[in-house]
Design a protein around this ligand. Structure first.
Ligand SMILES: C[S@@+](CC[C@H](N)C(=O)[O-])C[C@H]1O[C@@H](n2cnc3c(N)ncnc32)[C@H](O)[C@@H]1O
Length: 202
């Protein structure tokens, strides 16, 4: 009898291992001490597994619209007590499959999705979060009056080649869309490899 070979659903994003510690160091200061953290666009799930183990006082709710990503997330997060099973969540959708969160986190999504995902993310986060709670974004941006690093220009060109609706966003455009949803721009932290960590508060 031949048994089916079970493939390991865990996927690996090499960037996640590189950026997880600097992001974690910032999250320690920005996340609340307790409550539910919704991660939008969890991807492989490596970040969520790492952050949840480092911050056991919080409960993490990973999500991704992609079914293979959700299988990877659940495999990476299996056995970690403060992580819920991954939800199917499209940031651009009107309905999100949960009602409340103490914080919302979204890493490296808004430039790798059509622009509609950004106002969707901001609208959804504003609906879920209580007053004063944070929405934390991480990734590369363009900024008015700041030259864009050549590595980010190359990255932007490669994204647009893959999908003309993708590409680096202007921080000012994201902040304006956030303000329209009642989210005020808080901290903007310079991160390694020309990324920013941007915090909004409801
Ligand atoms: C570059 S990966 C980043 C994954 C992970 N956050 C990380 O940093 O390793 C982009 C992720 O965004 C997700 N994504 C794309 N469009 C989305 C949308 N409209 N709503 C939520 N997630 C989306 C993709 O499925 C993918 O998992």
């Amino acid at each position: 009898m031949t048994l089916p070979i079970m493939e390991d659903p865990r996927r690996v994003a090499p960037a996640a291992a590189r950026n997880r510690d600097p992001i974690m160091a910032a999250l320690r200061h920005l996340l609340p001490a307790e409550g539910l953290v919704l991660e939008v666009a969890s991807g492989t799930g490596e970040h969520c597994a790492y952050f949840a183990q480092s911050l056991p006082g919080l409960v993490f709710q990973p999500s991704d619209p992609d079914a293979e990503s959700r299988a990877s997330i659940d495999a990476w997060c299996a056995g970690i007590p403060n992580i819920r099973p991954a939800l199917a969540l499209d940031a651009a959708a009107v309905d999100w499959p949960l009602e409340h969160a103490a914080a919302v986190l979204c890493i490296n999504m808004i430039h790798i999705a059509p622009w509609s995902a950004t106002p969707g993310l901001l609208r959804g986060a504003a609906r879920l979060l209580p007053p004063g709670a944070p929405l934390i974004l991480y990734g590369p941006y363009r900024r008015e009056g700041v030259p864009t690093a050549s590595s980010n220009e190359e990255f932007d060109a490669s994204l647009r080649e893959r999908n003309p609706e993708w590409g680096l966003r202007r921080l000012e455009d994201v902040a304006a869309a956030a303000a329209a949803e009642g989210l005020g721009l808080g901290k903007v932290l310079e991160m390694p490899a020309n990324n920013l960590l941007v915090m909004f508060r409801r």
